[in-house]
Design a protein around this ligand. Structure first.
Ligand SMILES: Cc1cc2nc3c(=O)[nH]c(=O)nc-3n(C[C@H](O)[C@H](O)[C@H](O)COP(=O)(O)OP(=O)(O)OC[C@H]3O[C@@H](n4cnc5c(N)ncnc54)[C@H](O)[C@@H]3O)c2cc1C
Length: 354
């Protein structure tokens, strides 16, 4: 049986970023993916790199800020190694809070709204500016896959890992729907499905998000990411440099269902048009739904498991794109037996009763 130093289960952005990190540390890495690499939550995401206190759980703030700071280098390395472009934008985010809701996050708008975003109509709301970046997650995962292949990370796709195999009390590989692969180290990065792989049932669950993408009538018609909080319907708009705009997203407990519902999509579209009336002329290019990997306390699960050689990095819920670089760094440290540079106690798998 062919043998690797480490097997990564799941080729979402978390598994891909970690596979790259392990490869850089000199390990021979195999990524096993049940479908097509990068086609689940990491493909469905908006790509906001949200890093401010009102939206980030206190336990996550340190990791979120560190990861947001790592992004420019993370992206430039992936672009260089893959030869692909990733649309990382640093225009910033405008957040609108209903005047009834009261105070908002961030600082006051640096200039009048009519100058910042002439197409926006945000009546009865207070606007705030946050210095955040955003990224196109599909470009990001495509570049991560290409960079990993370029570096010699191997992939086995269309193959579901059914179990992590244990011999003499420690990990010896994985059993899949087709075969077995051997490695002394395995890491579960299976997103919303992470709890389905024996022997440990991590309490991850899918949280469905529906989204749509439109073609803006004019490129850069909206430049900032725009988010509303406490409106009849919370909505966010993420403009891309090529003239598309992603509009999202719902948050639904719907099991593993990934169907879109036309009424729900219409409501999101209407909420976007209420903010930017000119979007009434925007062609809908695509609608989709994805499954965020949720956990009972909304925090990720990061670190070693009770089985020697078996690690877990999942449950990134709404922030997996943001948290990918820091997750790869700290998990690389943990898996090498080093002290991680951030405290990971709040994220340990042992916090959930088995
Ligand atoms: C609508 C929506 C909007 C979002 N917006 C943002 C945002 O703006 N910013 C942000 O930071 N985050 C956002 N997120 C969250 C982000 O997408 C996730 O946290 C992140 O993608 C999780 O990455 P992952 O690699 O853990 O999971 P995934 O991308 O789901 O990857 C897991 C992979 O594991 C594979 N797998 C599962 N089981 C097995 C098995 N048994 N064997 C082999 N392979 C398996 C799956 O096929 C999948 O490819 C959003 C998510 C959604 C759905």
């Amino acid at each position: 049986m062919k043998n690797w130093d480490a097997i990564v289960v799941g080729a979402g952005i978390i598994g891909l970023a970690l596979a790259l990190e392990l490869n850089k540390r000199g390990l021979r890495v195999l990524v096993v993916e049940k479908g097509e690499p990068g086609r689940e939550a990491s493909w469905a995401a908006g790509g906001m790199l949200c890093d401010f206190p009102l939206e980030t759980q206190p336990e996550l703030r340190e990791l979120a800020t560190a990861s947001a700071g790592m992004y420019p280098e993370f992206v430039s390395e992936l672009e260089n190694e893959s030869g692909l472009k990733i649309d990382l934008r640093a225009v910033g985010t405008l957040i609108f809070v209903s005047r009834k809701t009261g105070h908002g996050p961030g600082s006051a708008l640096p200039r009048p709204l009519e100058e910042l975003e002439p197409a926006l109509r945000a009546k009865d709301s207070a606007g705030f500016f946050v210095k955040e970046r955003c990224v196109d997650p599909r470009h990001l995962t495509a570049a991560a896959i290409a960079a990993a292949r370029h570096r010699g990370v191997e992939f086995s796709s269309g193959e579901e890992v059914l179990a992590v195999e244990v011999a003499d009390g420690k990990v010896c590989g994985v059993r899949t729907s087709r075969t077995q692969f051997a490695a002394g180290v395995v890491v579960n990065c299976a997103g919303a499905w992470a709890g389905q792989i024996s022997p440990h049932s991590f309490p991850t669950r899918p949280v469905k998000g529906q989204m749509l993408c439109v073609d803006m009538p004019e490129k850069e018609m909206v430049r900032h990411v725009v988010r509303t909080i406490g409106w009849p319907q919370d909505v966010y708009l993420i403009p891309r440099s090529d003239g598309r705009m992603t509009i999202g997203a719902t948050s639904e407990e719907a099991g593993f269902d990934k169907e879109t519902v036309s009424e729900t999509i219409s409501k999101l579209r209407q909420a976007a048009m209420d903010l930017v009336p000119r979007l009434a002329d925007a062609r809908v290019l695509e609608t989709w739904a994805g499954l965020r990997p949720g956990t009972p306390d909304k925090l990720p699960i990061l670190g070693a498991t009770a089985t020697p050689g078996y690690f877990v990095a999942t449950g990134h819920f709404r922030d997996g794109i943001l948290l990918a670089p820091v997750t790869a760094t700290v998990m690389g440290q943990v898996m090498a037996g080093e002290k991680p540079e951030f405290e990971l106690k709040a994220f340990g798998a042992e916090r959930f009763p088995r």
